[in-house]
Design a protein. Structure first.
Length: 87
């Protein structure tokens, strides 16, 4: 998967999870929403792990996969990306 595809998937999963979280605030006993939240949370963690393994960390707070420290510095910054998000 390309960098922009990973980032797009991460953003979508985060949006879904925020939406489910808001729903669960109002409907805390909804088993389907709870199961969906758990499933999507696991999927998000996996996608972030895969991205960080391939392209470097997304955050600098100590919880990122950090086998290759140069990836943090050598990765393009958001304003350096080509038009359309492809690198």
């Amino acid at each position: 998967m390309k960098r922009h595809e990973y980032l797009d998937k991460i953003q979508k999963l985060q949006f879904f999870l925020v939406d489910l979280n808001l729903y669960l605030d109002i409907n805390p006993k909804c088993e389907k929403a709870t199961a969906d939240y758990d499933k999507l949370s696991c999927e998000l963690k996996k996608v972030i792990w895969d991205y960080e393994k391939e392209y470097g960390p997304l955050t600098n707070f100590g919880s990122a996969y950090f086998q290759n420290p140069e990836a943090w510095v050598n990765s393009p910054w958001p304003w350096e990306n080509k038009k359309g998000g492809e690198n």
